[in-house]
Design a protein around this ligand. Structure first.
Ligand code: ATP
Ligand code: ZN
Length: 222
């Protein structure tokens, strides 16, 4: 049964860039993941753990609320969420070494950029408004942040903004849109996070076993 109180809940991305590596890490840690009867959960049949298969954006909320005691999520999503919270909502347990990417500032060809000061008075489109605002504040720059939920790389061509701040791994998408990287806001990778809500002794025991196994796998990867 889903939601029984003694099973640990671990949230992973259902489908996307983090899904395969998240599942692979758990399998290498010795967890036998069953094919779920539904789309939302997958039972681990050799440990008291259920996986919650969700959108990555929902993972910080679930971990904050203790609906899931653990989650695997990108630092970019986690920190953007945390900047909107009044109090710390989770503990970062481990850096997982996959899902590597960076939140970068990019400019159209021909647009000059020497330092963050070049952004003063400009319009910058992003899906990460809090991280971008923090970057601007840290650099003492005033600029207009335009929030977009996707297709940020189209903003300069549509004259919505003169710069963008977006996730980049290879830079191919930027290049295809006539943009080039000029600065870095955040380096990111997948993280294992844990709720700050206290666990029952049964869950704590399962948690310690899970962490020991994951740390064992990570140690062999260094
Ligand atoms: P969901 O449907 O779960 O909301 P999504 O479209 O938001 O999926 P993905 O594109 O699958 O998310 O990316 C998930 C995470 O993978 C990102 O938040 C980031 O941490 C990481 N990632 C690694 N490389 C890239 C990249 N090139 N572009 C975007 N995200 C990347
Ligand atoms: Zn998402």
């Amino acid at each position: 049964m889903i939601g029984t109180s003694d099973r640990l809940h671990l949230a992973i991305q259902k489908s996307g860039r983090l899904s395969d590596s998240s599942r692979a890490l758990l399998r290498e840690s010795g967890l036998r993941i069953q094919h779920g009867k539904n789309d939302l959960t997958a039972r681990v049949d050799n440990f008291p753990i259920d996986l919650m298969l969700v959108r990555d954006d929902d993972i910080p909320t679930f971990v904050r609320d203790g609906v899931c005691e653990f989650g695997i999520v990108g630092r970019n999503v986690l920190e953007e969420f945390a900047l909107g919270e009044a109090e710390p909502a989770y503990e970062v347990i481990a850096e997982l070494g996959f899902g590597t990417c960076a939140l970068r500032v990019a400019a159209p060809e021909g647009k000059a950029y020497d330092s963050p000061a070049s952004l003063a008075g400009e319009r910058i489109a992003t899906s990460y408004p809090r991280l971008l605002k923090r970057f601007l504040e840290e650099n003492g720059v005033e600029a207009t942040v335009i929030e977009m939920s996707g297709a940020v790389e189209l903003a300069p061509r549509l004259h919505i903004a003169s710069y963008i701040c977006d996730l980049v791994s290879t830079g191919a998408t930027l290049e295809a849109n006539g943009l080039h990287v000029v600065d870095t806001v955040l380096e990111s990778e997948a993280l294992l996070v844990r709720t700050l809500k206290p666990l029952t002794p049964e869950k704590e025991e399962a948690a310690e076993m899970l962490l020991m196994r994951i740390r064992g796998v990570l140690a062999t990867q260094d």
